[in-house]
Each structure stands twice: as C-alpha cells, then as structure tokens.
Write a protein that binds this ligand. Structure first.
Ligand SMILES: [Zn+2]
Ligand SMILES: [Zn+2]
Length: 359
C-alpha cells in the first residue's frame, strides 16, 4: 500500500473512532500505520525511487526573510546514485530527511557564498551526516575562501555535543573520526572564467563567478551528468558569466527577488517609521535578480526550464506566486516554475523533464 493511501485509511479510521473506547482503537491503528510508514521511510532513499539521471531536489527555497513554508537556501542534486548539496540554509537537513534524502549519503556540500542564510543550516546537516550513516570522515564543504573559518566555527560550536554523542552511543555508532566538517576552499582567479571541481564517474561539477558585490567571491555551479545539465545561479545580480555557463542547460535554478513585493514592504516600513528596515529593502535590490532578469538569463542561455528559488519576499497570500511567474514569463517563453520545498525536478537520462512533490 502506498504511504498516501495508508494515511487516508488512518484518517477515516480516526474519524469513525468515536465513543468511550474510541481512543484505544485509534492509538492501536495509529501505531500500526506508523510501523508501515516507518518501514517505508527507512527502506528506500529518494534516489532509489528516481530514474537514472540528474535531479534537482529543492530542500530550501526561502531567503533570510521569515517563511514557515520554506527552509533557507538548499538544493540537492542527485546524479545517478550520488548526492551533492548546494548551500545549507536553516532547516535544510530537516527538509532533506523528510524528502527521503539521508544526510548520511551526501558526498559533499558546495557553498555558493558565505552569506549567513546559505550556511546557517550546516551544523545540523553535519550532525545528521555523522549520525545517519556512522560516517567515518567529516562532511566535505567546498566553497569560497573563508569556508574554513565557517566550518571551524561550526565544528567548535558542536564539539561539546559530539563528546556526549560518542559517550552515549559508542564509537561504532558515532565514530569520532566522522564528526563535523572539513573545509575545501577554492578561488577562481580573475583571468579564469570557471573552475572544474569534480570530474569522475560521469559527474562533472564546475564553478563560475557571479556578481553579488560586496560579497567578493560568490559562485554559481554547473552540474553535468548523463547528457543532462543543471545550472545554479547562487545569489547574483545580472552576471554575464552566468548566462555563458548556463548555455543550453536543461534546467536553470535561479534566485528571484520581486521588486514589486519588495516595494510593498519598503513602503510599509517607511510609513511605520522603520527607516533601517526600509533601507534594507532598498539595498537588497542591488545584488539580487528580479524574476524578469532571471527570465532574460534563461532566454540568453537557451535553457529549456527555469526554476525560481530563494523566493524573496515570501508569498503567504494566494496569488503572490503569480507576481513572480508573470514577471519571468514576460522575458522567457520556456517552462517557468516557482520552486517550493519538497519539489523535485527530474532530468532522466532518457530525456524529458518531470516535476514531482516529495513532501
Ligand atoms: Zn541569500
Ligand atoms: Zn547572498
């Protein structure tokens, strides 16, 4: 029985379970369903349920602005049976786990840049990487110079906790050698337009610089596998290097900040006398991209599908998603999706593009 059907069955059983002894039966039914659901969750990873190919797993589509429906920036890319994660904002580890991607299976984390919203989920992710698979070596974190400081900070912050875990579960379950993260910083010299970071087993990952000034080193990534390509913009204002790197990609995952919604919040802050907040809403326009700009990049690069992420500001009111989509569709005639946490966009080796929900 499919998991969804089990929950429907449970809902019906709970609904009819009325009367004095109803709660007794409901508890037993819930436990029986939980056993089946747990077996399903423990038994199969998301990658085992996907066809061979390249898959964009949206484990965080939010921004620093509060949004209960979106974790901080996180995209997992599944290439065959290998899992790579790009950025780890707050809530990324939880969302990944709920989607069926065990943090224990992550081969490496690639950081687009060191803004806090892109790294503040690293601590939980590294802990889950260690605990989920009894990792023998730390989680690799590949990113701009300074990644080593970020990683050292997290390792120190979780150091006391790690001693408790080893003491409680023992070194076989929690091998001390697998604790924490190991930073692998890299740069791209000004005379170079890109840097290849990985090329093995048919997977190629290439970094390229984008424009997120005053962040001095901010990168986008191109992932190639099985004849399919995903390009990740990272956080960026208009950047020619991005359009060049995204040439003929199947999927461009691009950040999006709506100037119209930003203006709504800016004006409200001004009217309420909150000058500092108003200033922030003015400043962020200079180093992010509007949906229309993302569409222009997608058009220039000739990509097939554009997925908007890093949704800023949040869209809690029905219809606000359309503000983003309408903007992007004005400059791009291909498929445009506004990504939500739990979405998977699949590029099977055999061809085509499929979207599914895994939350
Ligand atoms: Zn950001
Ligand atoms: Zn940023």
């Amino acid at each position: 029985m499919k998991l969804k059907a089990l929950f429907v069955w449970l809902a019906i059983a709970l609904a009819v379970g009325v009367g004095g002894a109803g709660y007794v039966f409901r508890a037993d039914i819930a436990l029986a369903v939980a056993r089946r659901a747990a077996a399903s969750v423990m038994g199969r990873t998301l990658s085992a349920r996907l066809p061979d190919g390249l898959h964009a797993v949206f484990c965080g589509t939010g921004s620093p602005l509060p949004d209960r429906t979106r974790a901080g920036p996180c995209l997992a890319v599944i290439a065959g049976d290998r899992v790579f994660v790009f950025d780890a904002g707050e809530g990324a580890a939880e969302t990944l786990t709920l989607m069926g991607v065990s943090p224990g299976n992550i081969e490496a984390v690639f950081l687009t840049h060191l803004h806090s919203d892109h790294v503040d989920g690293l601590g939980a992710l590294a802990l889950q990487h260690w605990a989920n698979a009894s990792a023998q070596s730390p989680l690799r974190v590949i990113g701009p110079p300074g990644a080593e400081r970020v990683v050292a900070g997290f390792n120190e912050a979780y150091a006391i906790d790690s001693t408790y875990r080893v003491a409680h579960h023992g070194p076989t379950v929690m091998p001390p050698t697998g604790y924490g993260m190991r930073a692998e910083p890299f740069s791209i010299p000004p005379e170079e337009s890109q840097r290849q970071l990985l090329d093995d087993g048919g997977v190629r990952i290439t970094a390229f610089p984008v424009n997120h000034a005053p962040v001095t080193e901010a990168f986008g990534y191109r992932i190639d596998y099985g004849g399919r390509t995903i390009v990740i913009s990272g956080d960026t204002a208009r950047s020619d290097t991005l359009a060049a790197a995204a040439q003929d990609a199947d999927l461009l995952v691009h950040e999006a900040l709506s100037p119209q919604l930003d203006a709504v919040l800016h004006d409200a802050a001004s009217v309420q006398g909150r000058a500092n907040i108003a200033a922030v809403f003015e400043d962020i326009l200079t180093y992010h991209s509007s949906p229309a700009e993302a569409g222009r990049v997608a058009s220039a690069a000739g990509v097939e599908t554009l997925a908007l992420t890093h949704i800023t500001p949040p869209t809690p009111i029905p219809g606000l998603d359309e503000v983003f989509l309408r903007d992007a569709r004005g400059t791009f005639s291909g498929s445009v999706w506004l990504a939500r946490d739990g979405d998977v966009i699949s590029l099977p080796r055999a061809g085509g593009v499929r979207r599914s929900r895994r939350l």
